[in-house]
Structure formats: C-alpha cells, structure tokens
Design a protein around this ligand. Sequence first.
Ligand code: SF4
Length: 380
Amino acid sequence: MGRKKTRPVRVGNLVIGGGAPVVVQSMTNTDTRAVAATLAQIETLAAAGCELIRVAVPDQEAAAKLQELVRHSKLPVVADIHFDYRLALAAIDAGVAKIRLNPGNIGGADRVRTVVRAAKANGVALRIGANAGSLHRDYLARYQGDVVQAMLASVEDQLALVTADGFDQIVVSLKSSDVLETIAVNEAFAKRWDFPLHLGITEAGIRWRGTIKSAVGLGILLSQGIGDTIRVSLTGDPRHEVTAAYEILKALHLRERGPVVVACPTCGRCQIGLEELVEGVEQLVQDLPYPLHLAVMGCVVNGPGEASRADLGIAGGKEAGLIFRNGEILRKEKQDRLLTAFAEELVQLIREKYGVNLKLNRASFRLEEEEGGKSRDTPN
Ligand code: SF4
C-alpha cells in the first residue's frame, strides 16, 4: 500500500511522517500531577505497544510535574495545552517532545509566536488542528455551515501563523466525531499539504462502538495512504486504544505487533466449546509482541485447512481437538487439556522462532517472559 509522502517531523526518538511507520499513540487518563500513577500508566501502555504518550497539562501544578514525568517516562511525552501559553513554555522547558496546542485559544498571535520560537529553539514538535466540535463560529458562518471547509480554513490560518518564521516541525489533526466528516477533511487536507497527519475519530465512545467507528474512519484514510500517527479515542482504559490501533494497522499490513488470532464463528457442526478456547488463546497471548498467525477452528470442514495455514492452530473435533503447526498435526488432546497443550506448543514455537523463553503464568493464564528471556530482536 503506497503512503502519501509527508515531511518528517521529529518527536523525541520517533519520526512522524516522511514514510516512517505509522506511530501509535494514546493519552493518559490519570491526574498528571500524580506522577507515580501517570508513570505506571505510561509503562503499561508502552508494554502494550504505545509509542508516544500525551498528558493533559491543565494548570501550572501539572506543568511543574512534567520534568519528572519526562525524565522517567518510557515514551516521548506530548503536553496537551489549552488556554495558557505559559503552560506551553513550561512544558518546553521541562523537555517534552511535542506540544499539542490550539493556537486559537491561547491568547493571540504574539503568544503563539512566542511558543513557536521556544519550540523551534528546543527541537520540540507542535501539533495543531481543528476539532469539528469546537470550531469558531466565524469559520462556520464563512462557509455557511460546511464543517469540512470551515475546519480546513481554521487549520490553514493556524498554519500561516505557526510557519511564519519558517518552523515546520508540525503535525496536523482534523477530527470530528462524525466518521464521514473526518474522512472528507483529511482527504482534502492531504491533497493540499504535506504536513503529517494525526488521525483520530474524536469522542468515539465506549470500547466496541469507538473501535468500530475508528476502524472505519481511520481504515479508509490509511488505506489511501493518508495518516502518519493514530490515536483511537475510547472511553475507559487507554490500553484498549493501543490494542485497537494495532488491530487496525495490522489489518492493513501497515504494522505488525502481536499475534493475529483467527477464529471461526462456529455453526451447527461445532462440537467443542470454541468460544472458551478462543478467549483462552487471546488471554494467553495478550502481552506478546511477536507477530504470529494463530487459528482456532471449530470443526474439520474448514478447521484443518485454516489451522494448517497458521503458525499454530487448533481444529476442533468431538470434545477434543488437533493442534497443528504449519500444517503438521502435533498432537490430539481432550478439550480440558487443549489450551494448556496449545500454550506448551506456543512456548516451544516462540523459543525456536524468536529465541525467547516464555513461561505460563497459571494464575493469570498468560505467557510471560522468563527472567533473562529477553528477545534478541523483539519486533515492534
Ligand atoms: Fe462451522 Fe466448522 Fe466453519 Fe467453524 S470451521 S464455522 S464449526 S463449518
């Protein structure tokens, strides 16, 4: 899939745009002033594959904690600033990698220029953008309520301001809670400009609804080569934002992370408790970064065929199942032994393929790295 050429923007140790892999980002929902809790959440998100983390900086008290956060964060930190340009300056001083700013609400052009100068001097990137829900009414009036044109005009005015002194380390976002609006405005922007795009469907909702809306909107844009970093906005634990983001990118073959688990929907032929098996396999592999193709199939009609295309698979029979590895039957087990046997075979497969020793944590039924079992080449 061809990607649209955008200019590269350096964000800490990452590059957004310029053909770099699509960056997965999320946002903490802890109180930024609670440094230990925020760092713990960043660590969890990093373990899930998050690459860039945004934190809200609502006041000076939060800004004062940024230096410590940045120093200990496993991920480059983006400071989310509204209303007060001094918070942006404090965040730049604290060493954040990027500032997310709305140039329209921090007190005028001079203050925006002050922030841009500080960002430029310190190698800090800037994200600007428009959100359909908070567009200034003047833009809507100018375009007779055409939200897409109004968002474009708003962003283009912001760009004129922040690029006036030659600054170009800018990522742009154009978000709406409406999927079609988000698609239209990002397509239009990508035709006119080469700044990298941060994609997201804003206020997408609870996990299942938000994931579907994000997959449709982001999937359509990414499939056209548009988008350089994504955030799947979901209400609740941000860990799900990261796993959803990878599922979208994996479906489009844009990134690899963790196993793909293929499972049949079951039908009247199935004679094994398949749902329980699939949930068990998902649980087993949820912390693993290794790209593997796993299949859990209900019966012999499609089962062995699909399972044989997988690195490792189960094909169900009557209250029992076969375990396949690349088309070879490894063993046959009764239903109550199948998951544990599958876990044993997976440990073996990952040892051979990635040189990593895993063990089964029986309490959580997850595979974990053994002490000293780090991969030589952990894929991302
Ligand atoms: Fe039905 Fe078998 Fe297909 Fe699963 S693999 S949907 S059980 S025919």
